[in-house]
Design a protein around this ligand. Sequence first.
Ligand code: TPP
Ligand code: DXP
Ligand code: MG
Length: 624
Amino acid sequence: MRDLLSSIKSPDILKNASDEELVYLAENIRKFLLNNVSKTGGHLASNLGIVELTLAIHSVFDSPYDHIIWDVGHQAYVHKILTGRKHLFHTLRKHNGLSGFPKRSESKHDCFETGHSSTSISAALGIAKARDLKGKKNSVIAVIGDGALTGGMAFEALNHAGHANTDLIVILNDNEMSISQNVGGISRYLNRLRTDPKYFKVKDDVEYILNKIPAVGKAMYKTAEKAKDSLKYFLVPGIIFEELGFTYIGPVNGHDIKELKVVLQRAKNIKGPVFIHVITKKGKGYKYAEKNPDKFHGIGPFDIESGKLIKSGNKRESYSSIFGKTLVNLAKEDLRIVAITAAMPSGTGLNDFASIYPDRFFDVGIAEQHAVTFSAGLASNGLKPVFAVYSTFLQRAYDQVVHDVCLQNLPVVFCIDRSGLVGNDGETHHGVFDISYLTHIPNITIMAPKDGTELIEMLKYAVKLNSPVAIRYPRGESDDFTFISDNYCIEDRKAEVLLSGKDVCIIAFGKMVRTAYEAAKRLKSKNIHCTVINARFAKPLDEKTILEECSDIKNIITLEDNVVKGGFGSEILALLCKSKKNDKNIKILGLPDKFVEHGDTEELMRYYNLDVYSVIEHIKEMIS
Ligand SMILES: Cc1ncc(C[n+]2csc(CCOP(=O)(O)OP(=O)(O)O)c2C)c(N)n1
Ligand SMILES: CC(=O)[C@@H](O)[C@H](O)COP(=O)(O)O
Ligand SMILES: [Mg+2]
């Protein structure tokens, strides 16, 4: 048997591989994924599940002539291996290394970039229509998971594609899982298609009966074979995809390469939009990932033998976990509190809330826009909705925040996790725009805690407010300032002065308070004395404290882990201008006007001059 993996540089090699060779290749790819991702971390379970499907797609289609669009893109590792990037896997998700998502700059085989879910069908349809207008004939294939299919955009695109009069193939990779168990009516519907004994019985009966009829039976069966899926349409009530205008094929065993190739070849020859329903097992081939696909969806380095995470040092509790526990406690006291997630219960720390208060917990699927307006509805009818959401995914729901929540001044609490740099996921996932996209909206209060204790206090305050509130906090370990801070009162909406000094005033927001504090401590030994303000609020700013503290200090620095444009520093600058205090020497430190790449968060903070050392240098330069 040829060892295709060791020599693979392009998918062309698959075209003349036997089915047995492809099965052997699938086995080797799984070993390769396991060996590499156990060292680098990454999205393991989704990739283990999609090995055969990716091999079949690249066997039947001709990338990059044919276009393949991967929804979310976290499952594109196998595609990367087959398209000449195997040798880069030791650098996966590291700074300047291989991205964890499709990147046009990385390969001509990555025709469209993804990271946020449910975009693939819209993109594929656009690509297909452009192809038609250019008079070309290549295939366009969108590969979308059952989780991503819960996103509204996917349905907007299916609705359009069904009557767009173009050739398009949508492959649904149905593994019954989003990151956690998939939820909702669509998921239940797919489950019925997958398992309905009535369907399988009827299908088998029809094939059996036709085959039994002597002479004509075989011919009739051949005709019926063609019409089988349409036949199914009549036999299974409401195949929604057929109703939308697609030819539905499935369910297909997503781990049978031979069957997959036959089905894909057939789809390639069908005119109009085709929907192929493929069934796979998330985590396939690695027992720990099959058993616990949520844990192995996106995982850090782990030990292959035991499936246990390799942890470095003693870590403090994460902000997500502190948030989750606090909300459980608050919900005990206040029965109006309900929690909402858009398919991220574990990532946002809501798992305990979900099991303790199942009736007050809502996983709405990957549907951030709906989650926000749903929260607005809950609030308008007397409840206290807390929507826990990653900063980057809330971008989706900007208009709902404006139009459905803030315009009506409804008391929805946005707990914005993963704000700032998130690290290895990179461009698509950094939460560096939320201050910019929220501060200009009337009625909203925006806070960021300097440490875990402050997050607890901010959440207590937020659920008491009768208007929209956002609390932003970063990925990972919480900080702890209890050794110096003795006032955690949030209700007075005041900033906190952590250190006083006459040379420089550093006004920091959220996680950056630590950087300001450490820089000030080190500068003291060089006889440079800094005031350090923990702003707590980006909106409304505690104008009084800030202006008083700045009044006798010439040098002012603002620090944030948001983009500088439209961020926290801009708010301070506007305040100083408004108060005629623009005779100051001011530096606004934050992230630049570009999409920040992937890499370790600390490394990126150094790279963008936002670490303690860089802040010290900024201050020295300012003073000199
Ligand atoms: C808009 C948006 N919200 C949330 C996420 C986080 N997220 C990434 S993958 C995923 C689950 C995707 O499930 P599915 O599409 O079924 O893919 P699978 O991992 O099962 O292969 C979620 C919720 C995202 N990427 N984009
Ligand atoms: C692909 C995706 O969007 C998620 O899987 C994301 O990578 C999760 O990030 P965390 O690891 O920060 O939860
Ligand atoms: Mg899935």
